[in-house]
Design a protein around this ligand. Structure first.
Ligand code: NAP
Length: 245
């Protein structure tokens, strides 16, 4: 008898770190639900790639900042793949600006996607995740670096770390772990867009390992927390950044 796959929902998995997490968890035997906001072509191409490699995968459009879309996304995954075992809250945006020059709209957008988006999925996961499941939230090492321009972004991720620690305790009795992974700079659109080559090199030289993180570096840490070996880690924030902070 073949074992039934566990099911992983990864938000913001059409590209960047989320796409690497999807590939890695598919390789580890999970059936994969790939959430995206607007990039249907990339999400569909990733589904085709994973299915070609023998995995089960579906793509689901949903804006994580909208509670009703998140509820519908959970329902679709349950209907097409089954009850979720692993939730990876990866969807996020980075729009840096000095606090004094941040408009109300920019402030609201950052918190809507990075913080309320996580709140929306956690609230669903509380009752809809399988017993023994795993939740992994993406925070950021920028919280430890305190770089000018990052006040709002860091605020959104500080809230995510707070949710992580408290929610791990609120899920007592469900055997579900809740952890966060806080990457340093990783070579994705989110980090690279809008930076000069010189700025990119400055970031790359910051960690003692003297390079930018790659999406696969982060996917490996998420896979550890989602897998058998990560079972005893709960309520923690794990920085994966080559030693930058
Ligand atoms: P990315 O390459 O810009 O990809 C972002 C992903 O999020 C895309 O799949 C995008 O979907 C999706 N997304 C954006 N808004 C969404 C929404 N409202 N609802 C659903 N999905 C949405 O970003 P990344 O670098 O991989 O970052 C992934 C996570 O890691 C983020 O939480 C980020 O804060 C965190 N992080 C990144 C770095 C870094 O240096 N890259 C460092 C620390 C932490 P579409 O393709 O449809 O737009």
């Amino acid at each position: 008898m073949t074992a039934i796959s566990q099911i992983a929902l990864i938000t913001g998995a059409s590209r960047g770190i989320g796409a690497s997490i999807a590939r890695r968890l598919a390789r580890d035997g999970f059936a994969i639900a790939i959430n995206y906001a607007s990039n249907a072509a990339e999400a569909d191409a990733l589904v085709a790639e994973l299915v070609q490699a023998g995995a089960s995968a579906i793509a689901i459009q949903a804006d994580v900042s909208k509670a009703e879309q998140v509820q519908a996304m959970f329902a679709t995954v349950e209907e097409k793949l089954g009850k979720i075992d692993v939730l990876v809250n990866n969807a996020g945006i980075l729009k840096t600006a000095p606090l004094a020059q941040t408009s109300d709209d920019l402030y609201a957008l950052n918190f809507a996607i990075n913080t309320q988006g996580v709140f929306n999925t956690l609230r669903e996961a509380a009752t809809r995740l399988n017993e023994g499941g795993r939740i992994i939230n993406l925070s950021s090492t920028t919280l430890a670096l305190n770089l000018p321009g990052y006040a709002i972004y860091n605020g959104t991720k500080a809230a995510v770390e707070a949710f992580t620690r408290v929610f791990a305790r609120e899920l007592r009795g469900r055997r579900i772990t809740v952890n966060a992974v806080a990457p340093g700079p990783v070579a994705t659109d989110l980090f690279l867009n809008g930076k000069t080559e010189e700025q990119i090199q400055t970031f790359a030289k910051m960690p003692p390992l003297e390079r930018l993180g790659q999406p696969d570096d982060i996917a490996a840490v998420v896979a550890f927390l989602a897998g058998k070996d990560g079972a005893w880690v709960n309520g923690q924030v794990l920085r994966a950044n080559g030693g930058v902070a």
